[in-house]
Structures are given as C-alpha cells and as structure tokens.
Design a protein around this ligand. Sequence first.
Ligand code: PEP
Ligand code: MG
Length: 814
Amino acid sequence: MSEVALLAPFAGWFGQIDEVPDPVFAGRMMGDGCAVDPIEGELRAPAAGTVIAVPATAHAVTLRLDNGAELLIHIGLETVALGGAGFTALVAAGARVAAGDALIRFDLDAVGEAAKALITPIVVANDGYALRLDAPGRAVRAGETIGWLSGAGAGATGAADGESYSRNVPVAAAHGIHARPAARIAASLRPFAAEVTLAAGGKSANARSTVALLGLGVRADDAVTITGIGGDARGAVDAVAALILAGLGEAAAASPAVRPAPTGQAVTGAPGLAIGQVIQLRAVDLDVPVDGAGVARERQALAEALAAVAAGLGGGSHAAAEIAEAHRALLADPELADAAEREIAAGRSAGHAWRAATRSAADAIRATGDALLMERVADLADLERQVIARLLGHDAPAVPAIAPDTILIAEDLLPSQFLALDRARLAGIVTAAGGPTAHVAILAASAGVPMLVAAGEAVLAIPEGRTVILDADRAALDADPGVGALAAASERLAESRERRARDLAAATAPAATADGARIQVFANLGAAAEVPGAVAAGAEGCGLLRTEFLFLDRDTAPDEAEQRDVYRRIAAALGDRPLIVRTLDIGGDKPVPYLPLAAEENPALGLRGIRLSLARPDLMRTQLRAILSAVPAAQCHVMLPMVVDLAELRAARAMLDEARAALGIAAPVPLGVMIETPAAAMLADQLASEADFLSVGTNDLTQYALASDRGNAAVSAKLDALHPAVLRLIREVGRGAKAHGRWAGVCGGLASDPLAAPILIGLGMTELSATPAAVPALKAAIRRWALADCVALAERACAATAAAEVRAIASEVL
Ligand code: PEP
Ligand code: MG
C-alpha cells in the first residue's frame, strides 16, 4: 500500500500551501502540503496512523501515516505564542488513530482573535512522498477527500526507509549531556523528520527524547555516535553534531556562582553566609488511584494536566526561563509519553501512569551512577508531583509558610518548591542530596540565597527551631554553634550586609571617579521582569538588551507585534532611561529550529550576529520596525553584534534609515557597534567615524583574541578577559572612539568585575553595562579611583605578560 487518501481535518476553505501567509510554509521549507482555513474547532485525523508528537501547547500535531509519511498539521499561524490557551489535546504521542478521529479541540473564536491567522497548513514533513491535491480552492466538509499521498517506499515505516548516516563526536560540554543540553538536542531535531539515535557506552537512545538521552549518562569528553535514518538524515545528524561540538550551548548557562566545596562532602550550591532557624521540609507523596476510569478519559486528563503544568512554567530571570524550558521538554518527552500511554492503555489512572513513567525514567538515570545526572532525578520528581497535584485539583505542590531568617533543610528541593517559597524570609537552604549544578542551585544562586547541597542524611535530624550557621562560601554547616562562633559569624554577616547596604544606598546616585570623571553604569537585560531589580540596583539604563532570548526555544520567529510588545514593556519599565537594543545575535552556536541554516564546521566563525541579519533582511527589517515603533526615539539606541568592518555598519545604517523613513521618525536614532572581533577593535577608529557609539563585548572579543572557544571547558582556564592581549585591543577602542568624539563602553562579562573597572576606565571606557546584581559594587569601585590612577594602572596592565599578572597588579593596587 503506498497511496493514502487525505481527508479534510475540519470544514473550511481548502487551498494550496502557497496561500499560507508565512514564508516558511508557503516556501515549502518544511515540505510540500496544502492548507485548510477552518470554520469549526475540532481537528480530526486526515488519515489513519500513529501520533508522533503533540506539543504541550497543543496547537499542532504530527502523525505518521500507515505508508510512513509524516504529516504536520499546524492550527493557525504563530499559535505557539498562545501557550496552549484555547487548545485541548485529545490524543497523546504514541496513540493510534483512525481517519476522522478527533485529535485537538480548539476555541475557534478565541484562537481566531488571538492568532495571526487561523489558516492551517498540512505539511508532509519527510522526503520521498508525492502529494496530489483534489481541486484546491473550494469549501470542504470535514472528512471530504482533499488529496492523495503516494509513497516512494510501499509499506514504509516513515523515515526508517531512507538514507542512513552516522557521525562520531566528542562531547565538549562541561557537564556532559544533562537536562538542558538534552533538551537542546531534542529541539534541534524539530525541523527534521529522520529517526535519530545517540549511542554511547553500549547503549542507544532516541535523540528526540530528553529522558532517553539522560539515561545514556554521557559525560564530558565521552564520544557519542549520532545515527540518522531517513531522507534528511544527513542534515539532522550534522545539526546534532554541530550542536554537540559547539558545547551544547552551555557556556552562557553556567552559573559562575556555583563552585565545588573546598573540603568534605557538602558542596556549595550558591555562595553566601547565613544565620537562621531550621525548618525541615519533608516530602509527602499524594495518593493516586491505581485504576483508571476509562482509557479515553484518563488519556485526556493526563494531556490536560501536562498542558496546564507546561503553561504554568516560567519565571522572571533568564535562569528560571531556561529551567522552565528544560521542564517543558520533559513534559513533552516522547519516551515518557509512551510509557504513560502504555499504563493508561492497560487500565491505570492518569496519575498512576505518570508516576510510573517518571519513576522508571528516574531509575534509568540512577542506574547510570553518574552523580551529575542524579540531579536530574530531582527534575523528574518535581514534574511527577506537579502533574499529579494538577490531576488531583491542587494548584501546585505545597510548601510551608516560613518565618523570617529560615534555613530550610530538605532531602532535596524542587525548583517549583523553591519558586513558591517566600524568598524574602529565606536565609539559606541545605539539602541532604542534590548537587551544585541542580536547577534549584542555579535558581538559588541567581536569587542570592546561600545554599549547601549533598550535605548528607545527618542534616535531616537537626531539630526544627535550632539556630545554625550556614557558611556556603566555605561549604560548611555549623549545626550546633557555640556563642563564640555565632558572634563571629554575626560580625562577618553584619560587615558584608553593611557593605552591601552602603553600596546599595549609594547605588542610585550617578557614578564618577574620585576626581569627577563621569562613568555611566548600565545593566544587561534579557526580559522586562528584570528591569525593576536593575533600576533598584542603580542601573542608569540598559547597555545591552539581548533580544535573542525572544527568538530561541520556539517554533516560529516572533512577529513584529510580539516583538513590539516586549520592547515596549522593557522601555516603559525603564522610564526615560536609555535603552540599547542589540539586534538579533543568533546563528552559529545559538541555532533556532525555524531558520533552516546549514550546519557549520566552525559556528563561532560562521553566519551569526550581524552576518545573519544581513543574510536575512526580512528578519532584520521586522526587528528594526518593532524597535523603532516601540521605543521612544529619545530613549532608543540600536546596537549591532559581531561587526567586523564598516561595510556591515553601512548596510545596517541604510536599513535603519529606511525603517525610520517608513515610520515617519525624524529624530535621529543612535546606531552603535559591538566590538567583539579583533578586526573591529583594530578598525575602531574607522568604525567610530560613522558609528554613534562603541561597546566592547568582552566575552566574544576574548574568545576570538585568545583563540579559545567560550563553550569549550578544555580551554576555559585560558579565557580571562583581563589578558593583556584583550586589554590592548580595548585600548584601541578607547583611542578610536576618542579620536571621533564618540563614547565607548563595555557590555561583556568583564564589565561586572569590580577589579577590572579601573583598568577599563583607564583604557578610555566611559560606560560599563553589568549584570544588575553587580551594579552597586561596581559604582562603589568606580568612586574609589582617580582617573589618572586608572590610566596608570591600565598602562601597567597592558604591559603585563599574562592575565594572572594583571589580576595580581590590580589586587595589589586595590
Ligand atoms: C559579548 O560577547 O561580550 C557579549 C556581550 O555578547 P554575548 O555574551 O551575548 O555574546
Ligand atoms: Mg557576543
């Protein structure tokens, strides 16, 4: 059997795929297809087959038909942005469906109003199949034949019939393949239909399943074999290989605050010192019935609970958003879905099925014996409890109400529990289990809550109400401190609090050197939720808005309206403070599934930053229009990433001017360039003759100047931006800017280091854009120095022979 009739999935207007107002679908980038504009809110299977995937947002479904063809049906355009609102999945991955079976129910009016369009592309996602449409351009009823799909391989099992292609690559990511890298691998395969497996240590796993990948227990420097089968196997395997070779995107995610314990078993999860009273948090499992109340009912209940938990995931900070993304991937994991579906099909309740699925995945991870992966067991336990709580009608797993100065002790703590705690009252956390790279430790570090992990079972016996000293900087817990120890710890705590309070009290005043040279201190931001904290910490504006966070981890690019809304909220939250919006910095090591970019051997040297924007002017124009119409001209600055020379600046300037003219904006909008390449640093004088400002991205400038990949743990010890080679390049930037009367600043990681501040000022930088938390201490550091001393220090630093020598000189002078 190789020809399958396709039936209309709902009543509506049936047309060619070319009619879909979206270049990705209309241009057949995802495959050939057709479209139906629905007039009813129930999507049915166009043919018999198996459900491959339904995203947590339930706005689309992928089916594998009985002739092996894979069909993607995407309800409306850009509907992923609705986050599942208005959609209910009626089936889960792995379900067998007959032609005409209902798959997704959706609220036609609500979705129609909120989405860009309701027109629904139906796309054949794998190669080797020919689609013949039956008279497109007419109204159809649900179930009416709209075409035929003939397969090259009769009786094929989908992609398995195509080409097979393998590659063997070493894993460079510092922590191997843990949850976030696994989720990134799975996400990178979204544009491909091939079946892809990863094999290591004699085991093999479905590369689209985060859970299965975790079960492999791959550590840093292990080699993995990536094998793809199917028409686009080569592209899929190359995409995964490129991602792994680029370090699996872990450089940006690593928390600098997390470091191992100097001694003993306990480990620092988040630094800091705390004195407080113990509260023990004991986990209780909610009871779920073993038997289900009917397969269809339980299936639907589970799908709804999964969607509800996924929709509730999120968080203000970038760290919380990343973790939410990894959890979302676990909720949509095909292996977990398969395991739960098997239990439900055997008559079990949704809660029992979900618990069985998550626990057996956790057991598989435990069996790897890898201490780092063990921490992912906590993520699975978290999702087990959240979904079960939802099934039982609770909003979220319970956390205790805590008194001020609480030190919370638990066997382990779940990210959702941490987020639900009253953090103003939480002095510190100690967990018997867990590890320093567990998600909850990353959250604690970014919230400034000291945390000790892997402290051992004994901590669970510390009586509630007892006053203890948690010295996470030294990875120590004093469970029974004497009067002397308490007095000494109180004094240290008071000193550091005083210093922080002093810095904070002075943080909103402008910063200037001791002899009056004004230095602007800005904050680097990625989301509107970060603005109030940054302003309270004394940020005078935003020196770098990383707009790419809006473009990553999603199925389609954000449209102009969505971008406008985000930029407008950030600009409004900043009041009239300057906002420097960096244009899209994706490509290379930050792949996005909806941009069909070729895999690159050296992504850091490939099509990224401004190069990608100039190669895809459609994206750039949309972004520029959104920025200009959202951010008032008096506040708005545009900044270009990864610039090499004037030609790129000129091309971008022409597009900016064109967008301004089209929007009728007469006021000039400053256009700056990031200095991230040695070429741009050496040509800083030329760039400054046409750019309105220069801002040094020390993260990239350091990796390119020192030829040390910022995502490669093997060379991370070399990556110190205080290297004299980098400082000499920054000196060129200061000189070039001064020659043309422009300002120059730094927005890379070096700007957050108070030790570097006088050197950067001495090199001619008059603006520093740091992480919000670093602003008060940075302003305090600036005020301690006179400009002439900064210049002398900078010259000594440039004459040094190594970064360590520069650090020694700066600390000594301090
Ligand atoms: C940099 O490279 O220093 C920079 C600020 O850009 P990003 O870290 O986003 O690449
Ligand atoms: Mg950069």
